[in-house]
Design a protein around this ligand. Structure first.
Ligand code: HEM
Length: 483
């Protein structure tokens, strides 16, 4: 402990933490941890850590090494075969979009709570890919499934004080902990029931959806992936694919309410390129530069998953001469890249045009990374947790170029990032998430004027942190059929 303390102080710059509680008091004083981290971006400091969540589980998110490689290959291939980049994903998203259009057309003047609606939309697209069918939004089983996902996510937020300071867990009501475990088991049970139902009509020669792939794998001796691993990966996809996409869609709507001029420009482009007699397709993306730029700008300024997920160092590393010990848990702050004034001009200003060239064509940026770091030479803030001390500390290390860190590690940049062990990490649902944002956003703008439910309401762009995502504060809006 002393060694950790001393080594850390010698090697890594930062303010002195309080004994035992580290920088927890500072964190407790803030309502918005992400904002605090941003304010401290150039000032390294020590903070307390959060407990290792979901310890002992094995699935795509919670596996490493060869097991992870096999699981990743399987999941990525499955997502590809069943849609990502192909027509069928488009059809599955269209199915959900048609439901939305129908629903909004019938409930024209009703106020819609975006925080209640979009989790259903995102979750239904994942359901469609996994089970081959969507749920009715009013289906009690579906509502319960979503409530459970939400509850578990809230209970496990890394920003809960007891996650920063595990000893506080003794003060957490056992009821809450017990409820989280029970709801997690209930979610698994719901998925288990679906698997059993699909088993009755399963034909190994006709693979219909992700579950069929799972069933085809079941019981195979030579399979590199165990049944329980695949089962847990389905659970992962549910959790990882619902909150993130729903959060991003909520941000999209919020920015359209806040910036009606941008909404008008997006709609004008959609109507000019596509008209209003058919739904937008993924292939329309290249004709919709301004829309594309707007979606990128929203994802940049809002950063739905601001700190991605934790990763672990494989060995002792030195970043700019500072020791980051083996098995340290690192969080990379994606938001620090998206709001870095060195790479973005006036990063706090919402301006879709920054993603357009002089001719109005869409312009990519290597500093755009909502789905985690790629191969780019990004500068990023690192948060470091030291896993062996009684009370863990996080250090916001200096901003360092990612390639620098990878060079020190002598590994491929992708291989650098790990979740509690080793393995490259990037969002496996990136293309699916992008497709959902594009198709749902454009389809809604094509048909409806998006307006605030209450014209006097001030919409805040301050986010609300959940497990890994940053969502807008709840707001209400109306979808009015366009004249
Ligand atoms: C706008 C939507 C989305 C955003 C912003 C997002 C963002 C992220 C981020 C930042 C990570 C962490 C990467 C890292 O380890 O550093 C991640 C991982 C992951 N995402 Fe997404 N995601 C989105 C949509 C989806 C969807 C639709 C799915 C569903 C299939 C999904 C499934 C996953 C999974 C399974 C992982 C873990 C991958 C692994 O550990 O290999 N995501 N996502």
């Amino acid at each position: 402990m002393w060694n950790t303390y001393l080594n850390g102080r010698v090697n890594i710059p930062g303010p002195i933490p309080w004994p035992i509680v580290g920088n927890l008091p500072m964190l407790l004083r803030t309502k918005n941890p992400n904002k605090l981290f941003l304010e401290l971006r150039m000032k390294p400091l020590w903070l307390r850590s959060f407990v290792k969540l979901f310890k002992g589980q094995t699935s795509l998110v919670f596996s490493n090494g060869q097991e992870w490689v096999a699981g990743r290959k399987f999941t990525a291939a499955a997502l590809k075969d069943f849609g990502v980049g192909t027509k069928s994903i488009e059809e599955r998203i269209h199915e959900e979009t048609r439901y939305l259009i129908d629903f909004f057309s019938k409930s024209q003047n009703s106020s819609i709570d975006a925080s209640k609606l979009f989790p259903k939309v995102a979750s239904n697209v994942v359901s469609n890919i996994i089970f081959g069918e969507r749920f009715d939004h009013e289906d009690p089983e579906f509502i319960r499934l979503l409530e459970n996902v939400q509850f578990i996510i809230e209970q496990n937020s890394p920003f809960r004080p007891d996650n920063f300071f595990p000893i506080l867990e003794v003060f957490r009501t056992t009821n809450q902990l017990q409820a989280a475990v029970e709801r997690f088991n209930e979610t698994k049970e719901c998925i288990r029931r679906r698997i059993d139902k699909q088993r009755l009509t399963f034909d190994p020669c006709v693979i219909r959806n992700f579950l069929d792939l799972y069933l085809a794998q079941e019981g195979k001796q030579d399979s590199k992936i165990s049944e329980s691993y695949l089962f847990n990966t389905i659970v992962d996809m549910y959790f990882a694919g619902t909150d993130t996409t729903s959060g991003a869609l909520q941000w999209c709507m919020l920015y359209m309410l806040k910036f009606p001029d941008v909404q008008l420009k997006c709609r004008a482009e959609i109507l000019e390129a596509i008209g209003d007699s058919r739904l937008p397709k993924l292939s329309d993306r290249e004709d919709l530069s301004y829309v594309n730029a707007t979606l990128h700008e929203i994802q940049r300024i809002a950063t739905t998953a601001p700190m991605a997920v934790p990763h672990t160092t494989l060995e002792d590393i030195y970043i700019e001469g500072k020791l980051i010990p083996k098995k340290s848990i690192l969080l990379c702050d994606l938001m620090s890249v998206h709001l870095d004034p060195i790479v973005w001009n006036e990063p706090d200003i919402f301006r879709p045009e920054r993603f357009l060239d002089d001719k109005g064509h869409f312009l990519r940026s290597e500093n755009f990374c909502p789905f985690s770091l790629g191969n780019n030479n990004l500068k990023i803030i690192w948060y470091l947790l030291e896993p062996w001390s009684i009370v863990n500390f996080i250090i916001i290390a200096k901003i360092v170029p990612i390639h620098h860190a990878c060079h020190v590690l002598k590994v491929n940049p992708h291989m650098f990032f790990t979740f509690l062990n080793k393995g490259p990490r990037q969002c496996v649902g990136k293309h699916l998430g992008e497709a959902e944002l594009f198709l749902i956003f454009t389809s809604l703008l094509q048909r409806f004027d998006l307006i605030k439910a209450n014209p006097d309401q001030t919409l805040s762009t301050e986010g609300k942190q959940t497990f890994v995502t940053l969502e807008p504060q709840p707001y209400e809006m109306k979808f009015v059929i366009r004249n």
